[in-house]
Design a protein around this ligand. Structure first.
Ligand code: COA
Length: 331
């Protein structure tokens, strides 16, 4: 069986920079509070004319370029996002149209912050079985347009950002390289600890004037509950990947955790007894970009030379669902 290799990686974020000071003008919050609790200094939010499939397309073109491939080489698209350009169909079809490759299958994955790793696991299986030879995996998110930008929603709104990352995945016969192992988990008992209650298909009608005036349409989070679970699940799933592939944490060149919160990343590093130099972080510049956070971080780490040929990299996620996941990659 072949291994799945990431042969190209790229990212794209919207131009509009929104600092904590900008948020101070919208709601009762402060740069100090946001920085101290989350590590975030700024995030990118979309402007008029930006689209989810457009962000994904820009990231995809960069990943294809690095892989030395053209859109016409793609055999399968996996599109991880909470959202789509429209209520339906899923975002993969809108991206496929932009890439100009009609007929190529497009699968949508909706596992929030773990979406990219769920997608990577699916890509890994399709490569291993020989079903496809060139897969485009996307993690893309526009969160900013769904946030409650009043003081009522401040605990959630200050955290999230927009962006996209893309990976081109191909087979290799080298068993030491590429995706060595993936691990996926979910626990729906905690779905309502981090969610948007509405619009819900269980409401009839699904959308009403009354609904729009409530806060049910905005993302909600029990921050402390989420934090507590995140700091246990991250180390657990990283250890799971290391054990499955027969490595120890000392073999790791880099951990790319989902960029949830810098305090979570620090707590995970502490539990793993890893220095912060082994934990990639860009949350200070982008906030939490949900499914896009891992591929954006991986793309930057490659650009910065932190991931090189042969680097052993662990990707790990935790988020809404709850879902959590990991992958161990030999670059
Ligand atoms: N600005 C200023 N004050 C804020 C605020 C904001 N943006 N958001 C909340 N507060 C206030 C609260 O109203 C509360 O005030 P009170 O004490 O008068 O009631 C106070 O700050 C403390 O709120 P609390 O929610 O207990 O803070 P916290 O220390 O738990 O930090 C989070 C909040 C969200 C930063 C923290 O819980 C967290 O990081 N959770 C994990 C979130 C996460 O990573 N989610 C994504 C997972 S994918």
């Amino acid at each position: 069986m072949r291994n799945a290799l990431i042969s190209g990686i790229g990212h794209h974020v919207p131009d509009r920079v929104v600092t904590n000071f900008d948020l101070e003008k919208m709601m009762d919050t402060s740069n100090e509070w946001i920085l101290e609790r989350t590590g975030i200094q700024m995030r990118r939010w979309v402007s008029e004319g930006d689209t989810l499939s457009g962000l994904a397309h820009s990231a995809a073109i960069k990943a294809l370029e690095m892989a030395g491939k053209k859109p016409g080489d793609i055999q399968f698209i996996i599109f991880a996002s909470l959202a789509s350009d429209h209520e339906f169909p899923g975002g993969g079809c809108f991206l496929q149209e932009k890439l100009g490759i009609p007929g190529v299958p497009a699968m949508d994955i909706r596992n929030a912050c773990s979406g990219f790793l769920y997608g990577l696991s699916v890509a890994d299986q399709f490569i291993k079985t020989g079903m496809y030879d060139t897969i485009l995996l996307i993690g893309a998110e526009i969160q900013s347009t769904s946030l409650d930008l009043t003081t009522r929603g401040r605990d959630v709104s200050v955290i999230f950002g927009d962006g996209a990352g893309a990976a081109v995945i191909i087979p290799t016969d080298n068993k030491e390289k590429g995706v060595l192992t993936t691990h996926l988990h979910a626990d729906g008992r905690f779905a309502n600890k981090l969610w948007a209650d509405a619009p819900s298909v269980n409401d009839n009608p699904r959308i009403s004037k009354e609904l729009v005036e409530t806060d049910r349409i905005y993302p909600k989070m029990e921050g402390r509950f989420v934090f507590k679970h995140a700091v246990s699940r991250f180390p657990e799933v990283i250890h799971e990947a290391l054990a499955a592939a027969g490595y120890s944490k000392d073999d790791l060149d880099l951990v790319i955790p989902h960029q949830a919160n810098s305090r979570i990343t620090e707590a995970v590093a502490h539990q793993l007894r890893l220095g912060m130099d082994k934990m990639y972080s860009n949350i200070e510049r982008y906030g939490n970009t949900t499914a896009a956070s891992i591929p954006i971080a991986m793309s930057e780490a490659v650009e910065q030379g932190l991931i090189k040929d042969n680097s052993l990299v662990c990707l790990a996620s935790f988020g809404a669902g709850f879902t959590w996941a990991s992958a161990l990659i030999r670059w």
